[in-house]
Design a protein around this ligand. Structure first.
Ligand code: GRF
Length: 218
């Protein structure tokens, strides 16, 4: 069974979606550890509630990014983690973590990458005036939201959308596609060749989500 470690900083609604998928048996995986860089992250409460081992590693203890990532990589390794899942983890990761888990660190971002990387992706989308945005699960490389794309889902921008209303609809899609992406690793079907990620599974293709876009009434 795939053993995952989840890195969080905030509310942890994506962590919850992964826990739910495991509990309702649509995802055959086990969360060995949840690691937060913030002691007040609500995600830790979710881990506690589901009896998932959890750790806090703060910037105060490890101000240097490399040392922080060494510590985190050690915890993940000692928990037997195969796949590292960043779920609202608000720190850039360094080679200290990436080299310990080559092609096994994934992230979710609230835009259709490569558009709107970095912070405040929903604000960037609204400011730019795009009509469709969405979310992306990607492998993490050394850049800011630049790694190979695994799954994307499209979300229409509606007239009068605010950052809050748009974020809420994007988040609903995040909760759908993140467990789906992890399932591809669990099934051992991921093939990574340069920037191209394939799985042989039709559920993995961004095409599937674009052919059946979610349409929201006005
Ligand atoms: C999500 O929008 C995710 O795309 C971004 O941070 C947010 C995390 O939300 N990386 P949550 O903590 O999973 O609720």
């Amino acid at each position: 069974m795939l053993t995952i470690g989840v890195l969080v900083s905030g509310s942890g609604s994506n962590l919850q979606a992964i826990i739910d998928a495991i509990e309702n048996k649509t995802l055959n995986a086990r969360i060995a550890v949840v690691i937060s860089n913030r002691i007040d992250a609500f995600a830790l409460e979710r881990a506690k509630k589901h009896n998932i081992p959890h750790e806090v590693v703060t910037r105060k203890e490890f101000p240097e990014r490399n040392a922080f990532d060494h510590k985190v990589a050690g915890l993940l390794r000692s928990s037997g983690v195969d796949l590292v899942v960043l779920a609202g983890f608000m720190r850039l990761v360094t080679p200290a973590l990436l080299d310990a888990f080559p092609e096994r660190v994934i992230n979710i971002h609230p835009s259709l990458l490569p558009s709107f990387p970095g912070l405040d992706a929903q604000t960037q989308a609204l400011t730019h005036g795009v009509k469709i945005t969405g979310c992306t699960v990607h492998l993490v490389d050394g850049g800011l939201d630049t790694g190979p794309i695994i799954i994307q889902a499209a979300v229409p921008v509606l007239e009068g959308d605010t950052v809050e209303s748009l974020s809420k609809r994007i988040l609903a899609e995040e909760h759908r596609i993140y467990p789906q992406a992890i399932r591809l690793f669990a099934m051992g079907k991921m093939k990574i060749s340069g920037r191209s990620v394939s799985s042989g599974s039709s559920e993995a293709t961004s095409k599937a989500s674009l052919e059946n876009p979610l349409v929201y009434p006005d």
